[in-house]
Design a protein around this ligand. Structure first.
Ligand SMILES: Cc1ncc(COP(=O)(O)O)c(C=O)c1O
Length: 414
């Protein structure tokens, strides 16, 4: 050590603890656990039996919080495709898509996506999170504007943070607010409007038809994240934009393999003629390893099967309507007046009651998601239920009985 360095070391200021910013959260968590509830964010699934059942805490549990909307995780063709790819191509690519990480399977899943959405281009990322991060940060650069719904998913916000564009949020699902924000953007600036088909916290659907019209009138490009609608909503399961008849006006659709497709991965599909250049400039695509061959094989098989499942979609709608009506009838407060998607959010009075209700449901043999701020809008604590096409009528009946028992035991309902 030089004298100068030794002198600086001797004069060290007391170390600041970079973790001190987490103290309020640590205190909140400790206070919650002190009430005797289990940690709702550290559940371990000991064995998964099917898309709707797992062993948790040694007990068979109905799964109602997995986003496994179409129940594809145990589809025999999907599993067989994964086994085959694992045998033929090994366990991983160990490389980026632009170097050694593009196998025939990656091209095959991109072909499946182009067919599924009837679009010209498809680009597969390692997660949906990275798809939003990559596409938003790459296409909206310095001097451009991203106009986004305030309730957007974290990956959309993080994509905005990673890019250099100006960020303009507007009130959730408010067409007038979107129009006003767009009108204030300087003339000639590049504009990207980012919307979601289904918002995952409350399970509500966006008025995409009107919002896309307003965006296009203002000269903006539009990106729609259809993570929670793919496979289920729309005549061909292409999502809310398809359902509302405006999919051709949407410039970019973002999606994930981690919900209806039943595996992991993310993607963007588009008809933009210059889309393919993104493969060279999009950092979360270039600077990370590609998906394992078994994953892209399961995804491609699942996506192709999801093109032909009208009866599954119909059954999922039945499940959603029945659960919504049943919970409402029991006196629970719900995130939407009518069921709009396969997500039904049950509003809890506060975090303590929410955690107690979550634990009471688990003791009954039902798993749901506990969601709390900052992930939730308006500081709400929610029990989020996501239905699956594989839930039987009998299971939906059981779920309602479990909610009734847990609701009465915790005092959430009378
Ligand atoms: C709206 C939305 N977009 C993107 C994602 C990210 O998807 P993935 O799990 O593939 O990273 C999610 C996941 O929860 C989501 O809800």
């Amino acid at each position: 050590m030089t004298d100068a360095l030794r002198q600086t070391a001797d004069a060290d200021a007391p170390a600041t603890d970079l973790f001190s910013k987490f103290d309020p959260l640590i205190a909140q968590r400790e206070a919650l656990l002190a009430t005797g509830v289990k940690d709702p964010f550290s559940l371990v699934m000991e064995k998964v039996l099917s898309p709707t059942r797992a062993i948790c805490n040694g007990r068979e549990t109905i799964l109602l919080g997995t986003y496994n909307y179409m129940g594809m995780t145990f589809d025999p063709d999907v599993i067989a495709a994964g086994h085959e790819a694992l045998d033929e191509f090994g366990s991983g690519t160990t490389g980026s898509r632009v170097l050694n990480g593009t196998y025939v399977g990656h091209k095959a899943v991109e072909e499946a996506l182009k067919d599924f959405y009837a679009m010209d281009h498809a680009m597969v990322f390692s997660t949906g999170y990275q798809a939003n991060l990559g596409i938003i940060s790459t296409i909206a650069g310095k001097g451009d504007y991203v106009v986004l719904d305030i309730d957007s998913h974290a990956s959309i916000y993080d994509g905005c943070k990673m890019g250099d564009a100006e960020i303009v949020p507007f009130r959730h699902n408010d067409i007038g607010a979107l129009e006003k924000r767009l009108a204030r953007i300087p003339e000639g600036a590049g504009k990207l409007v980012v919307l979601e088909g289904v918002y995952s916290m409350l399970g509500d659907v966006a008025p995409l038809k009107e919002m896309v019209a307003v965006s296009k009138a203002a000269g903006a490009m539009v990106l729609v994240d259809e993570a929670h609608s793919m496979g289920f909503i729309g005549p061909n399961g292409r999502g809310v934009a398809e359902d509302q008849g405006i999919i051709d006006e949407v410039d970019f659709i973002i999606g994930t393999f981690s919900k209806s497709v039943g595996t992991v991965g993310g993607f963007c599909v588009s008809n933009h003629p210059k889309f393919e250049i993104l493969r060279l400039v999009c950092r979360p695509y270039v600077f990370t390893a590609s998906l394992p061959p078994s994953v892209v094989a399961t995804a491609a098989t699942s996506i192709r099967k999801l093109m032909h499942v009208p009866e599954k979609r119909a059954h999922l709608w039945e499940n959603s309507k029945r659960l919504h009506a049943g919970l409402k009838g029991l006196g629970f407060q719900l995130g939407t007046d009518v069921p709009q998607s396969a997500i039904i959010a049950v509003l809890m009075p506060d975090l303590e009651k929410g955690a107690a209700m979550w634990e009471a449901l688990l003791a009954e043999g039902l798993y749901v998601n506990l969601a709390r701020p900052p992930a939730t809008p308006a500081n709400m604590t929610l029990l989020r239920c996501s239905l699956c096409a594989a839930h039987s009528d009998e299971e939906v009946g059981q779920i309602l009985r479990m909610f009734e028992n847990a609701g009465k035991a915790t005092g959430v309902i009378g």
